[in-house]
Write a protein that binds this ligand. Sequence first.
Ligand SMILES: [Zn+2]
Length: 150
Amino acid sequence: MTSRSPARTSPIPSSESVSHRMSRQARRDTAPELELRRELHRRGLRFRVSLSPVRHVRSTPDLVFTRSKLAVFVDGCFWHSCPKHGTMPAANRDWWRQKLERNEARDRATDEALAAAGWRVIRVWEHETAPDAADRIETIVRQRPLRPER
Ligand SMILES: [Zn+2]
């Protein structure tokens, strides 16, 4: 007797399935992001998480310092083409190249839209240590506006 499964699974293009799997993993509350949040809390810095500060900006910053008008993104090395660790998958290379280039273009557009609305943007690589990233952030947050009192 032969047993053949009547159900045939149609193969999903590998890039699509990998992309789907990785984008689910790449969502917020990643380990580097949580570590950074803990470090900032230790330093007494307070922020909002995943708040859209500006309408019409599709990408939501990971951390927002509303009083300082500072938006912080924690960027994954793969998805945002880190110069140190960014890689191009060998399979379906063109598909990936286009996808990663679109990500980069979207990042730049997001930065420009936030800047146009008077926001400062810090992008932290996931490979940066939490203290290093926190230093950069703290420097800006601790800046006091200059007051013309003399
Ligand atoms: Zn990296």
